[in-house]
Design a protein around this ligand. Structure first.
Ligand SMILES: O=P(O)(O)OC[C@@]1(O)O[C@H](CO)[C@@H](O)[C@@H]1O
Ligand SMILES: [Mn+2]
Length: 449
């Protein structure tokens, strides 16, 4: 039961030598920084063409700041305040100050000693600072190449998925409620497995979708550790009429997006299925307000992806794209990028840190949280016992019925059967970080779990 009183366990951090957090801070994060520096080097001519010698100077200064950042990280220097004066800088600096207060001094808030969730988010905000401090390349997306390439390499999978959606649409009038549920279940799984395509875990190496996302569902089924599809379906389809949306019956879905390219397509397909079958009447997509965790969706990625699908010469992909663009135009779909999603806070702090966002989410009938980072923030990225309930780990966060759709890429997992986590650890030590396993985990704050 969620009321079980329990000590909040410590945060994952790199101070545990050999832990996934340690290996991430020691190896993967510096690698990501090095790739960012290489990307800036490789685009030197482009900056010159576009901005002349000012562009070259800006590129050089940015690289200098990023090299300094990498050195701070690799030598475990103290975390330092942001200096770019962006609207969120003060929140970040207050957050840092809070850590310094609780640790007692500035020295002990550092890359290998502080919570992994904090320092990893902070790294991406420092990358943003390096760009922001160097106009005219301030709004250059250092991760754009990787996201674009990953999308273009996933085109076969996009084609089969859009064709699959088209088939469903053709026969939707004849589908029974049970058949609708089966398609919902499949598209929910396609969306959760789409989360494997993440360029942060691969440190930028190609991670595009090579296999047919629908055909592989059966073989992947055993690796879904928690599957709450049925209770999600009944939350979506119970009570309110299926009819056309008069205000009371209108049902709203919020999708807190994760990665661009193929994963974004799986989310757009799921949203389209729910709208065209009349189960959902409005979808709000939540992305990041600046480039984040290498492959996370920004406004530019979101609109570029829809324009790309419209322009593709494959008839079903372009038909989907045209439909999606019309949903945006009609306001049935909308894109939002609240600054909170690119702050370091655990979600149990949202109501205090971003009351406007928390209130907005309270108007949703279901909030889907995609990916591993969102799961880490939902549960606070802590050493929870694997068998404690998801509700307990949420520690009061619950603006609306919510569902986490994540492949496991960080060693936090709750809501398992007693002994299940230990069994997995004995058989596969890296079960929480290999992205081989996934959860479709639901929590309804309005009802006892
Ligand atoms: O949120 P996502 O895209 O599913 O995964 C983000 C991620 O790749 O980055 C962090 C490790 O660097 C972890 O949260 C996770 O492995
Ligand atoms: Mn991501």
């Amino acid at each position: 039961a969620d009321q079980e009183v329990c000590e909040v366990p410590p945060s994952l951090s790199a101070k545990v030598v050999g832990s996934f957090a340690y290996l991430t801070v020691k190896d993967r994060m510096p690698t990501i920084l090095t790739k960012v520096i290489d990307t800036l080097h490789r685009n030197k001519d482009k900056f010159f063409e576009e901005y002349g010698k000012e562009g070259i100077e800006a590129e050089k200064q940015t690289i200098a700041l990023l090299s300094k950042l990498r050195n701070e990280m690799q030598t475990d220097k103290p975390v330092v305040p942001l200096t770019d004066g962006l609207s969120d800088a003060e929140t970040w600096n207050r957050y840092l100050h809070g850590h310094q207060q609780s640790e007692g001094d500035q020295e002990s808030v550092s890359w290998f000693k502080s919570p992994w969730l904090y320092v990893e988010c902070y790294m991406y905000r420092r990358i943003q600072e390096a760009l922001w401090l160097n106009p005219p390349i301030s709004d250059y997306d250092v991760f754009n190449e990787g996201k674009t390439l990953s999308f273009l390499e996933s085109q076969r999978a996009v084609m089969t998925l859009c064709t699959y959606l088209e088939d469903i649409k053709k026969k939707r009038e004849q589908l029974s409620k049970k058949e609708l549920f089966e398609y919902f279940r499949k598209l929910l799984q396609v969306s959760v497995w789409g989360n494997k395509c993440d360029l942060s875990i691969s440190a930028g190496k190609d991670n595009s979708q090579k296999t047919d996302a629908v055909d592989s569902l059966c073989s992947l089924q055993p690796f879904i550790l928690v599957d709450d599809s049925e209770v999600i379906w009944s939350a979506l389809t119970s009570g309110k009429s299926q009819g056309p949306p008069d205000n009371s019956a209108a049902r709203r879905l919020d999708i807190v997006l994760d990665n661009a390219s193929f994963e974004l397509i799986t989310d757009l397909v799921l949203a389209d299925f729910l709208v065209c079958t009349g189960i959902i009447h409005e979808v709000r997509f939540h992305g990041k307000s600046f480039p984040w965790f290498v492959s996370d969706v920004t406004a530019n990625d979101f609109h570029w992806t829809i324009r790309q699908t419209m322009a593709t010469n494959h008839r079903w992909i372009s038909k989907c794209g045209v439909k999606w663009q019309s949903h945006l135009k009609a306001g049935v779909w909308s894109y939002h990028d609240h600054p909170f999603w690119t702050l370091p806070h655990e979600f149990c702090e949202m109501a205090a840190a971003a009351p406007d966002l928390y209130a907005a989410l309270q108007g949703s009938d279901l909030v889907l949280f995609k990916g591993d980072l969102n799961y880490r923030k939902l549960t606070g990225d802590r050493y929870w016992d694997h068998a404690i309930s998801f509700g307990t780990a949420l520690r009061g966060f619950g603006p609306a019925p919510l569902c986490a759709l994540r492949t496991l890429k960080g060693n936090t997992q709750v809501g398992l059967q007693p002994g299940e986590g230990e069994k997995l650890s004995s058989e596969e030590p890296d079960w929480m970080s290999s992205s081989k396993y996934a959860v479709i985990q639901f929590y309804n704050p309005k009802s006892e779990q």
